[in-house]
Design a protein around this ligand. Sequence first.
Ligand code: DGY
Length: 312
Amino acid sequence: MKRELLMVGPMYPKTLDVLDATYTTHKLWLAPDRDAFLASLADRIDAAATSGTKGMDDATMAKLPKLKMISHFGVGVDSIDVDAAKRRGIMVSNTPDVLTDDVADIAIGLMIAAARRLVAGDRYVREGRWLKGPMPLAESVQGKTLGIVGMGRIGRAIARRGEAFNLEIAYQGPNRKTDVSWRYFADPVALAKESDFLVAACPGGESTRGLVSRAVLEALGPKWIVVNISRGTVIDEPAMVELLKAGKLGGAGLDVFVDEPRVPEALFAMDNVVLQPHVGSATHPTREAMGQLQIDNLAAYFAGKPLVTRYC
Ligand code: DGY
């Protein structure tokens, strides 16, 4: 007999097909009455699949007293109340490693696109403005300092790429890493003062909310560029918009925002800002690999084996 699985939100189609074929799936996001739907499953759901912003809060966990495992599609688990899961004895798995390189690529892409005005240049050609004269010069990334907030897997992958672009690497995080030789700063403002490009690559959630603060952005200054591939909450977004408007921050390359998919409209007219719709891991091979990990973690749970990539 098929085991039952609660699915909280929509997911990558190939993953969905496998989960639909393997389990009796219950799709919460399609339920007209969410509370009634959860109540109808409360006595038998022990595993759930979550994805992206459709994680799981404490109130939802409370409605599923038999829940023992959440298999999340994504490395960032900020949409899941992890403390509540721990308290309730619910295991959580995520999908690390398989997306590291794609996310790091997007970080470097955004940095170069913002510095070299690639999107503005594209518009310049399409709108026939080149016919009237050359585009103004841009900033070089060569020989500059790349500050990375968060030296985890993705931060390291960005640092390695940065070195290939002749950038000097520095980083900030809660702890100095003993296995890397890059310059460490405990204080993000001190890091920003030394940086020409500052990339937020730390986890989201309450512990990093506003870590890239107004003071950090002011320290980066009117010439230089902030990049965010982490979570919108990591940057003080209103301060960033205000500083960009006032010419007190040089530019931004942003893949993530506080209230996705809503993006502050003030950014739309800025040629020194490059925007992406949260696509760090959005390639077919990576999404397929993330889905496979989600599937494998569920299979391990139902087989009574250790989870493949247990977060907590
Ligand atoms: C992640 O895995 O956390 C990415 O942001 C995709 O949601």
